[in-house]
Write a protein that binds this ligand. Structure first.
Ligand code: SAH
Length: 331
């Protein structure tokens, strides 16, 4: 058993079964604390790691929104920046658009990833959470595959009632209890993060852009999943060694974003296409050899094709009600 597994087992023996939310937050914190899980040799690949086009388009999305809002200055915030690739690509695009960024603020708890982010975004300021973000200027907040890492709670339908689903010990193995086929999920932590962001945006101006895999709930089903070496594994196996996530309920996030203007929910494919990924891909491929052109085309396809990331991944923007409607969501 992993050392986190030993600790969680001790806690369960001492205090009884623990909620799925506690299980998830302990596993996610241990998982990210010491490793760089991204890329081919890691456990999973995210959109900014597939192609620079992703971050560049989000940079231009920001430049366009800030220009149309007539904002004199803004702070750029990223939640869970991973390797920092997305921020580096955004900053390059913002520079080429001539859009000055007052400050770059990264919300990240992993020491290992903070070190990587420092190389990608020199001069950035780190935060453990939303509360310490600056309050002087409008905020543009980007969160790609961040909310899926925040803990969920699960309820299971057992003996005619919805009850909390917990992790317990069955001998020396972890197991879910009670048993039951019908499961539903909530995430007070995600709702709180979105409510704080909305509060800031209403007070300061700006917008938050959330990109993640998910659905528009309420929906029944168990979406807790664990990935290790690009393969699905049991979420109760080897705690802290696999990436534990759950699908994001975008309807719940929209509900939590009180006082803001909430965009329609777009698919990642439709959003990136509306922002001009086809033109960007053509430009990038121009002058490359056959292999290079093929790489750009296949990256574009992975980001937008319905059978790849294009439909599973959704995009939601919440904006200060006095700000213009952000690009990418149709008219
Ligand atoms: N946005 C990046 C990485 C996504 S992985 C990309 O697209 O490549 C999730 C990121 O969120 C990691 O950087 C992880 O360390 C961070 N993270 C997870 N839980 C967190 C929490 N509770 N607070 C702050 N950051 C967290």
């Amino acid at each position: 058993m992993t050392s986190l597994g030993e600790r969680l087992a001790d806690r369960i023996r001492r205090d009884g079964p623990i909620g799925v939310d506690m299980w998830m937050s302990e596993c996610v914190a241990a998982y990210y604390a010491a490793r760089d899980p991204f890329g081919r040799g890691g456990d999973f690949v995210t959109a900014p790691e597939i192609s620079q086009m992703f971050g560049e388009l989000l940079g231009l999305w920001t430049a366009d929104l800030v220009a149309r809002a007539g904002a004199a200055a803004f702070d750029l915030v990223e939640l869970g920046p991973g390797r920092g690739t997305l921020m580096a690509d955004m900053l390059r695009a913002l520079r080429s658009a001539g859009t000055p960024v007052a400050g770059v603020h990264l919300v990240e708890t992993s020491p290992a990833l903070r070190a990587l982010q420092a190389n990608a975004a020199p001069g950035a300021v780190w935060h453990d959470g939303i509360d310490s973000l600056p309050a002087e200027r409008p905020l543009i907040v980007i969160a790609n595959e961040f909310f899926d890492a925040l803990p969920i709670r699960q309820q299971v339908f057992a003996d005619g009632n919805w009850v909390e689903r917990r992790v317990t010990l069955d001998g020396d193995r972890f197991a879910f209890a009670p048993a039951g086929d019908r499961i539903r999920e909530t995430s007070p932590v995600r709702d709180d993060v979105m409510a704080s962001l909305a509060h800031r945006i209403v007070a300061q101006g700006g917008a938050a852009l959330v990109i993640d895999y998910g659905y528009s709930g309420p929906l029944e089903g168990d979406t807790l999943q664990a990935l290790r070496g690009h393969k699905a594994v049991d979420p109760l196996d080897a705690p802290g060694e696999a990436d534990l996530t759950a699908h994001v309920d975008f309807a719940a996030l929209a509900d939590a974003a009180k006082g803001t203007r909430v965009s329609p929910l777009a698919t990642q494919g439709a959003f990136l296409t509306a922002l001009g990924i086809d033109i960007r891909a053509e430009r990038l491929a121009h002058g490359l050899d056959a292999e290079g052109r093929h790489a750009v085309a296949s990256a574009r396809r992975r980001l937008v094709a319905p059978q790849a990331m294009g439909e599973l991944f959704k995009v939601l923007a919440v904006t200060h009600p006095g700000w213009p409607v952000p690009a990418g969501f149709g008219s």
